[in-house]
Design a protein around this ligand. Structure first.
Ligand code: FE
Length: 233
């Protein structure tokens, strides 16, 4: 079985929010799709270990914010690689309360969909929630981000809880020549700092060696500090 075939599937990138009575959480998902148009119904696959899973299970509702290509990696990192049990993911993020009472993320969202759960399927590690759409609207004209764009242009990774997660293959090539500045990998999220690219979102210009990054620099995906990085060998 060649699991690379899965990489040929196309997806988008979404923030899923859920909760009730003042307790809310949100996470990144790439697995949202429309099931029927009449009545309008969508489905989302959520890992059972995720805090958002608890919220959807108990509140029976969720909202989907469809992210634009320009969404900063720090925002994706906050919703995708951090746990809502530890931090308030909504701090500093623009939201509006929808029909369902759930905060809908509107920062960097081109559209949103709110749904009430009408069915669910146990898929082992994940649950597929089926949601009847109660409200939706377009918020902007920007290009929605595809999962391929997230991986190839933004350099994003899939967290272990993502349905599409695959363990990284060991590098096939020999070590890079000593003369070339080393790349470093984030032990938390798998982001690779490439000195040739720098970190434009973090105002680090191309050509900056990892060793020369300021001490306060953090992983643009998950927010981990420099000490969480290891040399990529
Ligand atoms: Fe990271």
């Amino acid at each position: 079985m060649n699991k690379s075939a899965f990489y040929k599937l196309s997806y988008g990138l979404y923030v899923i929010t859920s909760g009730k009575e003042g307790r809310f959480n949100g996470q990144i998902a790439n697995t949202v799709f429309q099931v029927t148009s009449d009545p309008p119904t969508v489905a989302v696959s959520i890992n059972k270990q995720n805090f958002t899973h608890e919220h959807i299970s108990s509140s029976r509702r969720f909202a989907v914010s469809i992210l634009e290509e320009a969404t900063p990696m720090t925002m994706i990192g906050r919703f995708g690689f951090k746990c809502g049990r530890d931090i308030n993911k909504f701090e500093g993020i623009g939201t509006r309360v929808g029909k369902t009472g759930i905060p809908i993320v509107i920062d960097h969202a081109v559209a949103f969909i709110e749904a009430e759960v009408v069915g669910e399927m146990d898929c082992g590690t994940h649950t597929i929630f089926l949601g009847r759409v109660v409200e939706c609207d377009v918020l902007g004209a920007a290009q929605p981000m595809t999962y391929a764009y997230y991986h190839t242009v933004k350099g994003g990774k899939s967290p272990k809880n993502a349905p599409t997660y695959q363990q990284a293959e060991p590098p096939k090539t020999a070590e890079t020549p000593a003369a070339k500045a080393a790349r470093y990998v984030c032990s938390v999220c798998g982001y690779v700092y490439d000195p040739e690219k720098g970190d434009p979102e973090g105002n680090v210009s191309p050509g900056t060696r990892f060793e020369d990054l300021p001490e306060g620099w953090v992983c643009p995906v998950c927010g981990a500090g420099k000490d969480q990085f290891a040399k990529k060998g």
